[in-house]
Write a protein that binds this ligand. Structure first.
Ligand code: URA
Ligand code: SF4
Length: 210
């Protein structure tokens, strides 16, 4: 699926690396062209003991500058939802389907641009390696890009959200991306959408503990 200009991350992923080895190798990745315009790689947060692996889309503007996942506005929503679901930080490994920020320059602003399927495919070896090392009990996909990366097929979030899917690699639960909630802030739909996200996270955590 990856074009010839996108060799994919595989040759940069240390074959037997632990999490520290993966983190150390990720800045060198040239598996697709996204590294060139981004500030830095944004790898992951959390330790190998986490029972839940949460997968987002790609780093945003803030994450790109700080080098940490989910430290911007969507991350605040996610933190609130995790707290409301009673999920402790040590149980969560946070990462993204694509590890470099994809954006378009609009004057002084950098506008988020959705990663394409070729980027998701190119970056997948990192996600696979993380999963092999962390061995989470349940993987939670935040939104369609994460679901595409983890499931290896396109799904409609609305059709599968909240269901514990039995996949070959282990149970997977798809839910909404927290940035989708940001658009509802101060509007009627916020409470219901937030409650649904919390319920999905709680269901995943319960399954992971089970
Ligand atoms: N959105 C994501 O999908 N990931 C991040 O790390 C930040 C925002
Ligand atoms: Fe490598 Fe992924 Fe960055 Fe592309 S987005 S250069 S595959 S780490």
């Amino acid at each position: 699926m990856a074009g010839t200009e996108r060799p994919g991350a595989q040759e940069w992923v240390p074959p037997e690396g632990d999490l520290d080895a993966l983190r150390a190798a990720a800045p060198g990745c040239r598996g697709c062209e996204l590294w060139a315009d981004a500030t830095q790689v944004v790898f992951s947060a959390g330790g190998p003991g986490a029972r839940l692996m949460l997968v987002g889309e790609q780093p945003g503007d803030r994450e790109d500058r700080e080098g940490e996942p989910f430290v911007g506005p969507a991350g605040r929503v996610l933190d609130q939802a995790l707290e409301a679901a009673g999920i402790p930080a040590h149980d969560v490994y946070l990462t993204n389907a694509v590890k470099h920020f994809r954006f378009e320059d609009r004057g002084k602003r950098r506008i988020h641009k959705k990663p394409g399927t070729a980027h998701i495919t190119a970056c997948h070896p990192w996600l696979a390696a993380e999963r092999a090392v962390v061995r989470p009990a349940v993987v939670v996909c935040l939104g369609a890009t994460a679901a595409r990366a983890v499931l290896g097929r396109p799904v409609k979030v609305g059709e599968v959200r909240g269901e514990l899917l039995s996949e070959d690699g282990g149970p997977v639960l798809v839910t909404t991306h927290p940035s989708a909630l940001l658009r509802l802030r101060g509007r009627g739909g916020w409470d219901a959408a937030f409650a649904e996200l919390v319920a999905d996270l709680r269901a995943a955590h319960r399954a992971a503990a089970g």
